[in-house]
Design a protein around this ligand. Structure first.
Ligand code: CDP
Ligand code: MG
Length: 155
């Protein structure tokens, strides 16, 4: 991994998959210059959902969140790039799509807090990427390569 590369966990949620937004979301991250290094199209079971969202166990929305995230397939991904975690969060927008700025993924494709299209690891939680990436991927799932345009992306 190059020095500027930070690896972050991103997921298209079941609403994003059903609404045909996988391509749009990948396209935005890809065009930004982020590099896709792992991807898994899968169904999350209850156990994985509870583990992934364990920080929210005691929240009133927990049960609905677990049903939502297990209600259909997701696309789990790992993306790399300079400041990747924070930049993906900025591209996602606020948690509530009603508050997310137009131009962000949630601000462009959602209206409801319980249907917010995309997950990205929290950049303010230092252990989040490692924890979430290891929940969804094996070490061998990550592909090490340089994007052909890297010299034109980074000074
Ligand atoms: O996803 P993000 O990190 O922006 O937000 P979070 O606070 O970590 O919450 C995780 C997920 O729980 C959100 O993305 C929503 O899908 C859901 N949620 C909800 O349904 N109702 C809330 N009041 C807060 C969060
Ligand atoms: Mg979060």
């Amino acid at each position: 991994m190059a020095v500027e590369d930070e690896r972050t966990f991103v997921m298209v949620k079941p609403d994003g998959v059903h609404r045909g937004l996988i391509g749009e979301i990948i396209s935005r991250l890809e065009s930004r210059g982020l590099k896709l290094v792992a991807a898994k199209f899968m169904q999350i079971d209850r156990e994985l959902a509870e583990e992934h969202y364990s920080e929210h166990t005691d929240k009133p929305f927990f049960e609905e969140l677990i049903s939502f995230i297990t209600a259909g397939p997701v696309l789990a991904m790992a993306w790399e790039g300079a400041d990747a975690t924070r930049q993906v969060r900025r591209m996602m927008g606020e948690t509530d799509p009603a508050e997310a700025a137009p131009g962000t993924i949630r601000g462009d494709f959602g209206l409801d807090l319980g249907r917010n299209v995309i997950h990205g690891a929290d950049h303010e939680d230092v252990g989040a990427n490692e924890r979430e990436l290891s929940l969804f991927f094996e070490p061998a799932d990550f592909v090490d390569y340089e994007r052909n345009d890297e010299t034109w992306l980074y000074e």
